[in-house]
Ligand binder design. Structure first.
Ligand code: ADP
Ligand code: MG
Length: 462
């Protein structure tokens, strides 16, 4: 595979790693990384937070270097760096500042200084955005915002389900405006909240406002996440008014239209309706094929049309999933040294209806990985003990068996000492909830998945 620039090399490496690692590990730690530059035999990769950088360094650097070296055909060290220099977006569209770890609620972690814009992803440009009937209005609105900021539609409000290109369009607006010398602030709503709350606590409210009010454009992503954060909403409301009254462009993305953002304050919601509201629908098959063609070409892989057809006809949901599936097929070919054919694609995508493709995990291997993490043993998890640690381990095992294997709930119950399927169902629901609210549980689950995924590194993916 020919990989010339550090960016191309890293995109190819991500394609492989996506196949090799468990999906939550990939999504959490790698998905949003970008190649910054190469220095001699060292590839420098940017991450959005110190936590991610540290995790990658400590836990995944072996697998990552192995992958990168395999692609580059030479020894390479991979270093991770938090993208932070406070400067506006650079030439390659890489950014500018330290992205904050999302705040779980309005309590912000301490942060030394206010960040500028969050990183803009170099891949997310108007050029690489494929336009079809499902997204043409949103695209046109974003183009108008970027070319005549503050003049045509203000704000532009984009909404859609996940993985359909909202963030891509926000970044594209950011690139174009930054390219024209304008000061652009792109933030996720989580980051905005973190910064806002931190600025108040540390008596920097004035600086916070000054920073936002000094922007030529504010691009704010996922505003549904401001739900229930009244003070932050008020902060945004004030900034919105200030920017709007001076014809500074505002572009907002959310997972639903302003009217349906019922947990936001009315006055904020009504501001969101002042300009142009555009939705993005899932792409039709033609657009899906065009997206796949563009991605395959950019990756520099020769993927025949009939293979793209198979992927494009099968994956009907999000564009993100479409990309993931293409990466999977391409990596499959690359790892096994075979050309990308219809048969290979079918094999790569076999039995997963669009979900992640990994070798099926054995139930016993999974149980022992869970037991090891919680310092217990499989027999205890299968037995009758009801102390909290054992119960928790058992529940996590049930959850992971459901997620990682093809066993039915009843089979999982049998594997765990003859429990019935409704017990398994409840345990899975419980763990799923905990994963969303408790970072410790989330990390536990990730580490089991990682333990299960590690041996996969280097083995054939057929
Ligand atoms: P959202 O913010 O709506 O959840 P993203 O903007 O993150 O979605 O898009 C998910 C992935 O799909 C990104 O990698 C993005 O580049 C890609 N994508 C979405 N729509 C398009 C499109 N029309 N053309 C090319 N790539 C797209
Ligand atoms: Mg998004």
């Amino acid at each position: 595979m020919s990989t010339s620039t550090p960016q191309q090399l890293w995109i190819a490496a991500l394609g492989e790693l996506q196949v090799r690692l468990a999906r939550p590990v990939f999504d959490t730690f790698l998905k949003d990384t970008i190649a910054l530059h190469a220095e001699g035999s060292c590839l420098v990769v940017g991450t959005e937070s110190p936590f991610v950088a540290e995790y990658l360094e400590k836990r995944l650097s072996g697998a990552i270097e192995h992958t990168v070296e395999g692609l580059a055909h030479r020894p390479l060290e991979v270093r991770f760096q938090v993208t932070s220099d406070g400067a506006p977006t650079d030439r390659d569209g890489h950014a500018a500042a330290e992205a904050q770890a999302p705040a779980a609620n309005e309590v912000a972690p301490t942060q030394p200084s206010a960040p500028a814009s969050a990183p803009l992803n170099g891949r997310y440009s108007f050029d690489s955005f494929v336009v079809g009937s499902s997204n043409e209005l949103a695209n046109a609105a974003a183009v108008a915002a970027a070319s005549s900021p503050g003049l045509k539609y203000n704000p532009v409000f984009l909404y859609s389900g996940v993985g359909l290109g909202k963030t891509h369009l926000l970044h594209a607006v950011g690139h174009q405006m930054a390219g024209n010398g304008m000061r652009v602030l792109y933030v996720s709503s989580d980051q905005f909240t973190t910064e806002f709350v931190g600025s108040i606590r540390e008596g920097r409210a004035q600086q916070f406002r000054a920073k936002y009010q000094g922007a030529d454009a504010l691009l704010i992503d996922d505003v549904q996440l401001l739900s229930g954060k009244e003070r932050t909403q008020e902060g945004l409301f004030n900034i919105f008014n200030e920017l709007h009254s001076r014809n500074r462009q505002i572009v907002i993305a959310a997972d639903r239209p302003p009217k349906a953002l019922t947990t936001l304050e009315d006055r904020l919601r009504s501001r969101f309706e002042w300009g142009l509201i555009a939705d993005i629908q899932p792409p039709d098959v033609e657009t899906r094929l065009a997206i796949l063609r563009a991605k395959a070409d950019r990756m520099g892989f020769n993927v025949p049309d009939e293979v793209l057809e198979i992927i494009g006809r099968r994956i009907i949901g999000s564009v993100r999933e479409l990309e993931g599936q293409l990466n999977r097929v391409v990596a499959h070919a690359d790892l096994t040294g075979q050309p990308v054919t219809v048969e290979l694609a079918a094999r790569a995508m076999a039995g997963q209806g669009g979900g992640p493709d990994r070798e099926p995990v054995g139930a016993e291997a999974l149980l022992s990985a869970v037991a090891q993490l919680y310092r217990t043993n499989a027999e205890a998890m299968k037995g009758r003990r009801r102390d909290r640690p054992t119960t928790h381990a058992r529940h996590v095992a049930m959850y992971l068996l459901r997620e990682e294997t093809r066993h039915s709930l009843s089979e999982i119950g049998r594997l765990l000492g003859g429990r019935d399927h409704s017990t398994v169902h409840h345990a899975c629901e419980k763990i799923e909830t905990q994963i969303n609210i408790d970072p410790a549980v989330c990390r536990e689950v990730i580490s089991v998945r990682e333990a299960l995924a590690q041996p996969a590194t280097g083995r054939s993916a057929t």
